[in-house]
Design a protein around this ligand. Structure first.
Ligand code: ATP
Ligand code: MG
Length: 328
């Protein structure tokens, strides 16, 4: 397990805190989140809807816009704090060294520019040292690598391609335009039908291996995490509550939330147990809990300390950390 002094980390996130100022009040979307990723490591980021997963990914790449703001923390990538980089340099990192793919491939593209134009722009940004007259050939090659025959189609617009093709084109842009070491994927296959999903997953798996990419995969599908990831991070109400290797977390979850989450899933029925959704609802993020945000729903509540102190993420087994007073 990485600790905060591990020098071999590719990405080291420390105390990341991101809030949105809304007319309902300040939404504490991400609170004091810390984790590290090693080169080539694949990490699943899971948690109920609204727990802050997308906000973490967007914060890493400086994509939080008003009314949101990263209010504190560090995002050390290859020992540079991405949160301190000027936007001009950040544009080179984004898609160059750290790439993002998301759920909705249709909206990822500008509808009024041809696909060719959009990919040429990316190459111009990330391969400034290459002559641009070879770009079209390179784009066709990149798209062929992800299974899209784009010969003669570079003047097409997003609406000329299917959803599955657009997802592949987005993956090509993310993985092949620059030389990324880290891919951030936010529910990359949720909008695809099952057959295409399997193909896109295989593609991601192949590209990761080929390029030695580290991956942070946000998903609601724990089977996908089990299949694709080495480690899993579990978020609850804006905080990281468990971090451990996939096998240990699925086999013996340490945080009561992770345990209850796994019990509620049809894909991982603990033998002989009934499948039940977790009782209660996710707290609204307008006020910060003084204690553990999961306390009201927790089946292993141990007393006043759960309501009064926010538990720190501490070792809970040889390969897991959990933010729970059970392990303090
Ligand atoms: N632009 C925004 N303005 C205001 N609040 C926001 C904004 N984006 C996110 N939030 C709030 O931040 C919190 C975390 O949202 P986020 O989208 O990161 O959750 P998530 O874990 O990705 O959820 P899902 O699984 O549904 O995608 C939510 O309470 C959400 O309402
Ligand atoms: Mg999300």
């Amino acid at each position: 397990m990485l600790d905060s002094t591990d020098r071999s980390a590719l990405l080291d996130v420390r105390g990341l805190t991101t809030r949105f100022a809304t007319d309902r009040g300040l939404v504490h979307a991400v609170e004091d989140v810390s984790f590290s990723i090693r080169p080539g490591e694949a990490v699943g980021l899971v948690g109920e809807s609204g727990s802050g997963k997308s906000t973490v990914l967007r914060s890493l790449l400086g994509l939080i816009q008003a009314p949101g703001r990263v209010s504190s923390g560090q995002v050390l990538f290859r020992d540079r704090d991405l949160l301190q980089l000027p936007e001009r340099e950040m544009r080179g990192v984004r898609g160059g060294q750290v790439s993002l793919i998301f759920q909705d491939p249709v909206n990822a593209f500008n509808p009024s520019l041809t696909i060719g134009d959009q990919l040429r722009r990316m190459l111009r940004l990330h391969r400034a040292d290459e002559p641009s007259d070879g770009f079209d050939r390179e784009i066709v090659r990149m798209l062929a690598r992800v299974g899209v025959d784009a010969t003669g189609k570079l003047n097409g617009y997003a609406f000329n391609f299917s959803q599955g093709q657009l997802q592949r084109i987005m993956i090509a842009a993310a993985c092949l335009a620059g030389t990324p070491a880290l891919l951030l994927a936010d529910e990359p296959t949720t909008s695809l039908d099952v057959t295409i999903e399997a193909q896109v997953l295989q593609l991601l798996r192949d590209l990761r291996q080929e390029l030695g990419l580290a991956l942070i995969l946000v998903t609601h599908n724990l089977a996908l995490v089990a299949e694709l990831c080495d480690r899993v991070l579990v978020m609850y109400a804006g905080r990281l509550v468990e971090d451990g290797d996939v096998y240990s977390v699925f086999e013996a979850p340490k945080h009561p939330y992770t345990r209850q989450l796994l019990q509620s899933l049809p894909r991982f029925p603990a033998s002989g147990e009934r499948l039940e959704p977790i009782a209660g609802s996710v707290p609204d993020l307008l006020s910060v809990a003084h204690g553990c945000a999961f306390a009201p729903r927790c089946e292993q509540y141990i007393g006043a300390i759960c309501d009064s102190e926010v538990p720190a993420l501490v070792p809970a087994s040889a390969s897991q950390r959990a933010a729970c007073h059970l392990y303090a």
